[in-house]
Ligand binder design. Structure first.
Ligand code: SAM
Length: 543
């Protein structure tokens, strides 16, 4: 049905240039449907416009006026994901009577995101940043605790439509709506989505008074807090912000608050690294897709999803984006990890505070302490960890490829754990340690903690990186199981970021050691045990 989406747009009140853009099946290259240039297009060519009133949002849907305010408010908690999900379910149940029926028919019912993988397939993602974020259970909790009570309270509103092949109000369909939103929604100012301040909005009457300039991108990492369905809605049950009404009120008062909406037709565009040639722009009362580069007849029209990591792409969109890595990045990899020269420059890997804590214990133990001594020391460090968390600091650190630096926060945390003086200073001044690696023996220890953290993080992958790389470089992608291939790409991406950052840290460590050995750098007296609260007296300068 996707091929009819442009005609639907016109019937619904939008516009498109029938000579410029068509909808094409790109399944042969694994992208599903996409948009194609039907003739040579110059930069700045308008392709289609979508009036605000046909954005599929919680406020524009007819459902909003059929549910009492107090029930609606529950759905709107924590960013309003549940209200958008239920509105989409309800609109789908209306069949042809829905203003969006032609659009809904073009939406996918199957996804390659891990949300729909079997347990066995998910095993392939063990160790990656994705596993804890799939959120199937928390989505189910949201359905049971928020959606189901409303379905039961309004049986006449949420009636089954016998003419539909799907059961629009089932848990399974809730997951499908969630994945549709996750992979296709856009973030727009709330007023644009039909939301009126302090009042209910008549169904279908989008507020068109807003005037904004600038482009609208598919979700990106920026503003993850408001954008990421997987992390927001699906964890509403135990969301720690739930008890913070003041913050919610502030958000409601914020005229610039954004919300997720479905933007028909704009969500037909695929994306790939550095291939974007069109963007969605704000106009007075509509959104307009405009080319940002010249596009040759027959070429695909691409938007951007913000070039995120493959783990993010797989989790939200169900695909990975792989291309030749630049020489500069490859050169930082050990020789044996270069045999597959492809990857994704946006790749990243998370290291938890727990891993850094274990690493600090290992470095402290230096191979000469018993397991009990290590346990005891780890328990002692608990005070520092609590202090760090109470100071509102991060408990997870994200490593990336250069030129991005090792995150400052992880350096500060490592210092807090391994550098007695830094800890005492932090505690006394109530200020986290500066994220710098001092040119001292303690600085070497901080680097060692970071290196040990990388080593420990690596042990979380059951598979070997060299096996993965060998499989990726020797096998034709088409001959591999797609899920296996995508999991392998994600594992490899994360593990290679670890390897690159490890190389950089090892270089820094050996430079610093050389400096210290030749009399450069600073030498610092070790604080004696039980010296808590007192400043160390000596700081030896090396001549
Ligand atoms: C916004 S929709 C684009 C339209 C979609 N292809 C369709 O068939 O409806 C995003 C989805 O398109 C697919 N997609 C987009 N870019 C892709 C790419 N570079 N490689 C593979 N699939 C891609 C993914 O399934 C993703 O979840």
């Amino acid at each position: 049905m996707a091929e009819n989406i442009l005609q639907w747009l016109e019937q619904a009140g939008g516009l498109y240039d029938a000579e410029a853009i068509g909808i094409k099946d790109y399944s042969d290259v694994g992208m599903g449907w996409g948009a194609v240039a039907l003739k040579d297009l110059e930069e700045d060519t308008a392709l289609f416009t979508i009036p605000d009133k046909i954005l599929l949002s919680a406020c524009n849907s007819g459902l909003r006026n059929l549910v009492a305010e107090e029930d609606w408010d529950v759905l709107e908690e924590n960013g309003g994901w549940a209200s958008l999900m239920l509105s989409m379910m309800w609109e789908e149940a209306q069949g042809e009577a829905s203003r969006w029926s032609g659009y809904i028919k073009a939406l996918p019912n199957t996804f390659q995101t891990p949300m729909f993988w079997t347990d066995e397939q998910i095993q392939e993602l063990k160790g990656t940043d994705i596993v804890d974020k799939i959120g199937r259970q928390s989505a189910e909790d949201t359905y049971n605790q928020k959606i189901k009570p409303i379905l039961q309270k309004y049986p006449d509103v949420f009636k089954r439509n016998a003419s539909l092949s799907v059961q629009p109000f089932s848990l399974e369909h809730f997951h499908i709506q969630g994945s549709r939103i996750l992979s296709r929604s856009f973030s727009v100012p709330s007023s644009r989505a039909g939301r009126k301040k302090n009042g209910r909005q008549e169904a279908g009457a989008g507020d068109t008074s807003m005037q904004t300039d600038g482009d609208v991108s598919m979700h990106t990492d920026e503003g993850e807090k408001t954008l990421d369905l997987g992390d927001q809605t699906l964890e509403t049950v135990n969301d720690e912000n739930e008890d913070e009404p003041e913050e919610e009120e502030d958000e409601e008062d914020d005229e610039d608050a954004e919300e997720e909406v479905m933007v028909p037709v704009a969500d037909m565009l695929n994306a790939a690294y550095e291939r974007d040639n069109a963007r969605l722009f704000h106009e007075d009362d509509c959104l307009k897709m405009v080319t940002t580069k010249a596009i040759a007849k027959g070429d695909q029209i691409f938007n951007t999803y913000g070039s995120p990591s493959n783990s993010y792409l797989l989790r939200k969109y169900g695909h990975v984006d792989v291309y030749p890595l630049p020489e500069e990045t490859l050169s930082k990899l050990p020789e044996e990890l270069r045999i597959w020269p492809n990857g994704n420059e946006g790749d990243e890997v998370e290291i938890t505070g727990e891993v850094v804590l274990d690493a600090a214990v290992q470095v402290w133990a230096a191979g000469s302490k018993t397991a009990e001594e290590q346990e005891k020391y780890k328990a002692e460090l608990g005070e520092r960890v609590d202090w760090w968390l109470e100071a509102g600091e991060e408990d997870t650190f994200v490593l990336t490829y250069p030129p991005d630096e090792i995150p400052e926060a992880v350096i500060g945390f490592a210092r807090l754990l391994i550098d007695q003086e830094a800890w005492e200073k932090a505690r006394d001044k109530d200020k986290v340690p500066k994220p710098k690696i001092e040119q001292t023996a303690t600085g070497v220890k901080v680097i060692e903690v970071l290196l040990e953290s990388i080593k420990l993080r690596r042990t979380q992958y059951p598979q070997s990186l060299s096996d993965d790389l060998a499989a990726l470089s020797s096998q034709d992608k088409d001959s591999q199981d797609l899920y296996n291939h995508m999991a392998r790409v994600v594992r490899t991406g994360e593990a290679r970021v670890l390897a690159v950052d490890e190389t950089i840290l090892m270089e820094q460590k050996s430079e610093l050691e050389k400096k210290l050995a030749t009399g450069g750098g600073k030498r610092k007296a070790e604080s004696a045990p039980n010296q808590k609260g007192k400043k160390p007296k000596t700081r030896l300068k090396v001549a």
